[in-house]
Design a protein around this ligand. Structure first.
Ligand code: PLP
Length: 287
């Protein structure tokens, strides 16, 4: 089955889908993106993803290139045309194409939009969640506006690659004060001995994860005690449970941090519970 990619108004075969060499997304990472989960033929938490996309665009003063209804249409079309029932849709908007210049062009350029879909395996993801994953800490060397979901992902790529080279699935990034900011591509959580669910509060130091927000809804619905504060790797190693959240993993238990077992080394009951109810709480929009 050929893959189809949406580029600037056209649905193109994968091998022919391209953007210009002087696209500012390519040269300056002057672009924002979203990754949206598709599950059982539904788009998950689309409204929150599009809210965040609009915010990211606004923070960078990139005008939204199309209406929300049109974006929703493209997401559905790309999922449908690629026969994705489970997987993800990737949507990227760059400032557009112009001769290379650090100064942001005025008047504004026509933004570049790319949307593609990738199939995923629910079985493989669930099997990983049954085992739980290992994470490895890494210094957070990113910029000061991690709340904007830009494609400037090289520090995250380096950290995640280092983690994987050491047998871990995800990196947990640590700020200069020794506190975990978030994962390379996820938000970080622990459950303390007091049963408190702890995650770092929203600030420019982290991305406001859509899955984080829906997990907060789940924590509230379960009547769990939530504390939004930063925690260290040392505290996380002593925690009862740990987990990450992201659109492509939903709630994924963490069973090892820097080679140290978390709790009894098995996914904890609260992490399992939050994972199991996540899709009852998330918004689902049929494709
Ligand atoms: N933090 C970072 C740095 C990310 O890259 C991601 C997802 O890619 C997340 C958190 C989780 O965000 P979401 O739950 O919206 O996927």
């Amino acid at each position: 089955m050929p893959r189809i990619v949406y580029v600037n108004g056209r649905y193109r075969p994968y091998a022919e889908a391209a953007v210009h060499v002087e696209d500012r997304g390519f040269q300056f990472a002057d672009a924002v993106y979203e990754v949206v989960e598709v599950r059982d033929g539904s788009v998950i938490d689309e409204t929150r993803h599009l809210d965040r996309l609009e915010r990211s665009l606004g923070e960078l003063r990139i005008a939204s290139p199309m209406s929300r209804a049109a974006l929703r249409h493209v997401i559905r079309q790309v999922a449908q045309r690629n026969l994705v029932r489970h997987g993800t849709v990737y949507l990227q908007i760059s400032r557009g194409q112009a001769p290379r210049d650090f100064v942001i062009p005025s008047p504004p350029l026509r933004p570049t939009i790319v949307c593609l879909a990738q199939r995923g395996s629910l079985q493989r993801l669930d099997a990983a969640a049954e085992r739980g994953i290992a994470v490895r800490s890494s210094p957070d060397i990113r910029w000061g506006r991690c709340d904007i979901k830009t494609v400037m992902l090289l520090p995250a790529c380096l950290a995640k690659s280092d983690a994987q080279a050491h047998g871990a699935k995800e990196a947990w990034l640590v700020d200069r004060d020794g506190f975990v900011t978030e994962g390379a591509a996820s938000n970080a959580w622990i459950v303390t001995a007091k049963g408190e669910v702890v995650t770092r509060p929203i600030s420019p130091a982290i991305l406001a994860g859509v899955t984080r927000k829906t997990t907060l809804d789940a924590v509230g619905r379960e009547g769990l005690k939530l504390v939004e504060r930063a925690f260290t790797i040392a505290e996380a190693k002593m925690a009862l449970e740990a987990f990450i959240t992201s659109a492509s993993n939903t709630v994924m238990p963490v069973v090892e941090i820097d080679g140290v077992q978390v709790g009894d080394g098995q996914p904890g009951p609260l992490s399992r519970r939050l994972r199991s109810i996540f899709h009852q709480i998330a918004e689902r929009a049929t494709i």
